[in-house]
Ligand binder design. Structure first.
Ligand code: MF3
Ligand code: CO
Length: 249
């Protein structure tokens, strides 16, 4: 069942979503060559304490950290580590969730470390644009498949591929609610969008093939062919006035 949220609940989700986005902005300021992903995790731990919010990821199915920090061919769920030092030319996906007043915020973005290749920049742009185009499908009268198909079509039209094994999701009091929101599918299929539904839409786009595998740490997902992967995520509510991006500052 897809849980529809009241206007009061949507404002709570907006507070959580904005906090995540604010923190992602602060983290990205600290992304420089030489910094480790554990440095970024430590910063998040400190800031969450100051803000009085709880991490949504730490302890979720045993995930050990507040932040997911995934470098280059890592797709998602990279575990922060003092052995992972950022270097010029890397791309870094930062994904974070908080719980504030019982409601979960979840958002992600991928940032360059120093100067990056034109091809890497194009992957970031296409993935972020795929998210924006998908958000525009969050309208009454549309169906879930319109969101999924939009991501897939745009990514593939640009010569990239979409990850099949990980998906976006409904969000509310729980990090993962129904429905699952794949980054591939058929327009015109799936449930009709209803007022008050809130979706975490999160395209994961690979420069090479779509295939991914999970490393021995049981979390880090990497591309099988070693190609780069990018990830962006926003929370969006369905309203009678169109998409309401709860993670927009
Ligand atoms: N944004 C991802 C998701 O919604 C991150 C989850 S990390 C986990 O699935 F540790 F919480 F699983
Ligand atoms: Co998510």
């Amino acid at each position: 069942m897809i849980i529809c949220k009241s206007p009061v609940e949507i404002e709570k989700l907006r507070s959580s979503g904005r906090m995540v986005r604010q923190l992602l902005g602060e983290i990205r300021e600290q992304v420089h060559p030489g910094v480790t992903t554990l440095d970024l995790e430590k910063f998040v731990v400190k800031r969450l304490k100051e803000l009085g919010a709880r991490p949504a990821f730490k302890g979720y199915r045993g995930y050990p950290c507040c932040l997911c920090a995934s470098i280059n061919d890592e797709v998602i769920h990279g575990i922060p580590s003092d052995r992972r030092k950022l270097k010029e030319g890397d791309i870094l996906s930062l994904d974070m969730g908080v719980v504030l007043d019982g409601y979960v915020g979840d958002s992600a973005l991928t940032v360059p470390v120093g100067a990056i290749d034109e091809s890497a920049q194009r992957l970031l742009n296409v993935t972020e644009d795929a998210l924006e185009l998908a958000i525009d499908k969050v309208r009454l009268g549309n169906r879930l498949g319109d969101i999924s198909a939009s991501v897939q079509e745009y990514a593939e039209k640009n010569g990239f591929s979409v990850v099949r094994e990980f998906v976006g999701h409904g969000i509310g009091k729980a990090l993962h609610e129904e429905p699952q929101i794949p980054n591939f599918g058929q327009a015109g299929h799936g449930p009709l969008l209803k007022e008050g539904m809130v979706f975490a839409i999160e395209p994961m786009v690979n420069a090479g093939g779509a295939a991914v595998r999970v490393l021995d740490d049981n979390w880090t997902a990497v591309t099988v062919d070693g190609g780069l992967s990018a990830h962006f995520e926003h929370m969006v509510a369905v309203t009678r006035n169109g998409p309401d991006i709860l993670t927009r500052l």
